[in-house]
Design a protein around this ligand. Structure first.
Ligand code: PEP
Ligand code: MG
Length: 909
């Protein structure tokens, strides 16, 4: 074991058209590391380097700093010397120095969530050597200044003291700029940069009590450890939790030779996408800056220029920049450096074809030579995801199954959100325009700080620019608006990843954090004022704009049609009204898996009759009230059957504890007493009688139907009569009556008997019949255990995984909110089991119940109607268990349809 541990490679090299790793090794090398290795081996010019594996991060978390440094020391040292050989430079050498970068890289991209340190290897001597070697003193001192700033922030913890404060290094720079009467970083003289280096180091010493480390190796080890630490940093943890990425994945560390985009006007740096990440349009696009380092493009401090001429023209139009100004001050890379552009264009084409997906690349031009720093499958909006997948199919790059596998199910959610009502948009007052960084419609109240996003139900986060610290607030806000930054700024990239509407680079906005105001021309807006963002056009609109429901059309509909072609398991909906049933059908539901009849009783005119029924002391009294409810229920069912036009409709008999229907407030109790001509006291006594210690485990489900059979009778009558009525009208209908909360066979048998007897007597009365099924929910663990006996009687099973989860874990659905957050935080549970089906526990009960049921009835129809029916991993599980259908809320249907297809495809490969 000891020997094996030592032999295990912890460091993988790449560069000079070869590599130890490849793209399939994402789990070990992280996405970035695996792709750097892959690019290197297919001949793309990447700066040489190496990747320390994600396993080392996990080892670090267990064993600590010293043990891990001991383990990787030799490999890292020899890999640095490999870089030295390729680059012809030496780490720490004063005359001919090698400088390196240290970057994080988890198996999935987590943009900006972890740390990076550039220019490692720099100190008071090396800076002089670099200046001599490059004959560019300005560049050398600027790099040194940046290094101390970055290392200070990331490794030495030099962060702003409070949210209203700015970065301590930025503050020093601002002072100097003021003193010198200059505006831009590029206006600093060499002496200014030297002063900054001195002042930065002083500030660090003052705050940390230590000198800035001048030994390159100390710098390197410090940076590696800082990157490992950033895996457990606040931002990263939040992002991981948001996406459900486990803590034990860890991050890899990529160490690479530095190449410089800030060596003068023959250098530059940029970010580009092989297709449009916002819309999916097949156009190469991106942004760059001349004489800059990577973070300058993303930080949004300088306005980046477009890579292609087409992009530049489009951008200028939005930014209201005339052609002369554009050509003079913001030319595209295509115009400014045509041969570099051609080379980049070739690589983007090679990389997209190689990875067979849209790529997001970073590049640097160092003194006229192009280097590719990174490629990865680009983050994109839901709309772009769908369009790109269908385009790749039409271009013959991928096949139908690959299209379906390329679609991230949960991202479809974005396409199901409301959009601005076109009529309301016509009346909208546009106050300014920015870049359409991430499409969508957002309307909300202005907040200026990320940690205040939750102040309002709907908020729009308005910032000069965003940073990774703002992640949580960005997630909470309905939309994001920034005054600075381009299409690849932090705000834009993160918003697209979240599918959140974002407008960036709206230069006309003046934002004042201290006064919490947003000024556009003469108008001032305050925190709490409503604004609306159209992320597709970049329009910023005053006030609130109405929205309308989206449609399933275009490429989205094409993807759904493909899904249906490969799906085996069907998707139904949970719907309680004709309106929901219609929406569900428009999203492709193949039936209703659950109608909760109790929801119909909560409507104002019915709750009164329902209360009369509950409060009645005699059977006669109850029957009278039920008589009144019958026509209402019948009309409901008719509406639902009609909306579903012959598709199966599962109607569940009354389920909730009766006390939910009785009034608990004195005022309502009083008016009920008046209506019923009984005393207030009598009402109070009845309410108290119905009170239960544990209603979730109390008098509910089929226990109601078994204690008050007349309820089951009335509901059956309503269903059967509605079906007969539809038959009369020539509309097909397919009812399935479902008994809830069954735990013993007898409970089901007695209910079935009432249902069948009632139906038969109606058939007799009417001299007509309809087909119907009688099945049961399986939501009590005992029912799953007794499933073979129950299946002998029941026509179908529908797993109620909400109750099944409650009863398997013993977590009350009503009270779990008190401890689940802590359980998730402590890692006792990986996910909320009421949201994501617990496959290892509850799932096994589902599996057993299905198997036992089918043992006696091989064709038993089995479905699920708990909330898990629309959650991707749970839907896949249901397919693997062999269910006939899942049932979910209308807006989850496309997601469930896609996952159903994906599960079937995965099962065949
Ligand atoms: C269930 O328990 O999973 C279910 C669908 O029923 P309800 O949520 O109404 O209890
Ligand atoms: Mg239930």
């Amino acid at each position: 074991m000891e020997v094996l541990e030592k032999l295990k490679a912890r460091v993988y090299r790449f560069g000079s058209e070869s590599a130890d790793g490849n793209r399939t090794m994402k789990n070990l090398l992280g996405g970035k590391g695996a792709n750097l290795a892959e690019m290197s081996s297919i001949g793309i010019p990447v700066p040489p380097g190496f990747t320390i594996t994600t396993e080392v991060c996990t080892e670090y978390n267990v064993l600590g700093e010293q043990a891990v440094l001991d383990m990787i020391k030799e490999e890292v040292e020899s890999s640095i010397s490999n870089i030295e050989t390729i680059m012809g430079t030496t780490f720490g050498d004063e005359a001919n120095p090698l400088l390196i970068s240290v970057r994080s890289g988890a198996r999935v991209s987590m943009p900006g969530m972890m740390d990076t340190v550039l220019n490692i290897g720099m100190n008071d001597e090396v800076v002089l050597g670099l200046a001599m070697k490059t004959k560019n003193e300005q560049f050398a001192w600027d790099s040194y200044r940046r290094f101390i700033q970055m290392y200070g922030g990331v490794v030495l913890g030099m962060k702003p003291a409070s949210k209203e404060d700015i970065d301590p290094f930025e503050e020093i720079m601002e002072h100097l700029k003021e003193k010198r009467g200059i505006q831009l970083d590029t206006e600093f003289t060499i002496q200014d940069l030297k002063d900054l280096v001195y002042d930065f180091k002083e500030a660090i010493k003052k705050r940390t009590g230590h000198d800035f480390p001048s030994n390159p190796w100390d710098q390197l080890w410090g940076a590696i450890i800082a990157v490992f630490n950033s895996w457990n940093g606040e931002r990263a943890v939040y992002y991981r939790n948001m996406h459900g990425y486990p803590a034990d994945w860890g991050t890899a560390v990529n160490v690479q030779a530095m190449v410089y985009g800030n060596m003068g006007n023959n250098s530059g740096t940029g970010v580009c996408f092989t297709r449009d990440a916002g819309t999916g349009e097949n156009v190469f696009n991106g942004e760059y800056l001349i004489n800059a380092q990577g973070e300058d493009v993303v930080a949004g401090v300088r306005t980046p220029q477009q890579i292609t001429k087409l992009g530049s023209l489009r951008w200028a139009e939005l930014a209201k920049i005339d052609e002369e100004d554009r050509v003079e001050n913001y030319p595209s890379l295509e115009e400014l450096m045509p041969s570099i552009f051609e080379e980049l264009n070739t690589y983007q084409d090679i990389l997209e074809k190689h990875y067979r997906d849209m790529q997001d690349m970073e590049f640097t031009i160092q003194d006229g030579k192009l280097w590719i720093l990174q490629t990865r499958n680009g983050k994109r909006t839901g709309a772009a995801m769908v369009k790109i997948a269908m385009d790749l199919l039409k271009e013959g790059m991928i096949d139908e199954k690959e299209v379906l596998l390329l679609i991230e199910a949960n991202k479809l959610d974005e396409l199901l959100h409301p959009i601005f009502d076109p009529d309301a948009l016509k009346r909208a007052h546009v106050i300014a325009q920015g870049l359409p960084a991430s499409p969508g419609a957002a309307t909300g109240k202005i907040v200026f700080f990320a940690d205040e996003a939750k102040k309002y139900k709907n908020s729009i986060l308005v910032r000069i620019e965003t940073s990774p610290e703002d992640l949580e607030g960005m997630n909470i806000a309905k939309g994001i608006l920034t005054a600075r930054g381009g299409m690849t700024s932090h705000a834009a990239v993160v918003a697209r990843g979240m599918g959140k509407c974002c407008i960036s680079g709206a230069g006309a906005l003046k934002i004042n954090y201290k006064t919490r105001t947003l000024t556009v021309g003469k108008h001032e807006y305050h925190e709490g004022d409503w604004i609306s963002l159209n992320g597709s056009t970049g329009n910023i609109i005053e006030g609130k704009v109405d929205t309308i429901e989206p449609e399933l059309s275009g490429e989205f509909a094409e993807v759904m049609a493909l899904a249906d072609k490969y799906a085996v398991m069907q998707v139904r909906t949970n719907a309680d009204s004709p309106k929901d049933a219609k929406i569900a059908r428009s999203f492709g539901a193949k039936g209703i898996g659950l109608t909760r009849t109790e929801h119909m009783f909560f409507e104002v005119d019915r709750i009164k009759v329902m209360r009369e029924m509950i409060l009645a002391d005699t059977l006669k009294g109850r029957k009278q009230a039920l008589e009144e409810l019958l026509p209402m229920q019948r009309a409901d069912f008719e509406g639902i059957f009609e909306a579903m036009a012959g598709l199966p409709v599962t109607i569940r008999l009354l389920d909730p504890p009766l006390h939910e229907f009785v009034p608990h407030q004195l005022e309502t109790q009083r008016s009920l007493a008046e209506d019923l001509h009984i005393s207030l006291e009598a009402v109070k006594i009845k309410v108290a009688e119905l009170e239960e210690f544990n209603p979730m485990l109390g008098h509910r489900g089929c226990r109601l139907g078994n204690t008050y059979p007349e309820i089951t009778e009335m509901q059956t009558r309503a269903i059967i009569e509605a079906a007969l009525k539809l038959k009369e009208r020539g509309i097909p209908c397919n009812p399935e009556i479902m008994v809830p909360l069954v735990g013993t066979v007898k409970e089901f048998e007695l209910q079935e008997e009432i249902i069948r007897t009632t139906a038969n007597s109606i058939f007799e009365e009417r001299q007509d019949t309809v087909e119907y099924l009688v099945g049961t929910m399986i939501e009590i663990p005992r029912a799953a255990i007794m499933a073979d006996l129950i299946a002998e009687k029941a026509d179908f099973f529908s797993f109620g995984t909400n109750d099944l989860t409650q009863m398997t874990f013993g977590y009350s659905r009503d009270d779990a909110g008190k401890f689940l957050p802590v359980y998730l935080e402590k890692g006792i549970l990986k996910a909320d089991p009421f949201e994501v089906l617990d496959q290892a526990g509850v799932g096994q009960i589902v599996k057993m119940g299905t198997e036992r049921g089918r043992r006696v009835k091989p064709n038993l129809k089995v479905g699920i109607c708990g909330e898990h029916g629309g959650e991707p991993s749970s839907v896949e599980f249901c397919y693997n268990v062999g269910m006939n259908y899942v049932s979910c809320s209308p807006y989850r249907i496309p997601i469930a349809r896609l996952v159903s297809a994906q599960a079937a495809i995965k099962a065949t490969v």
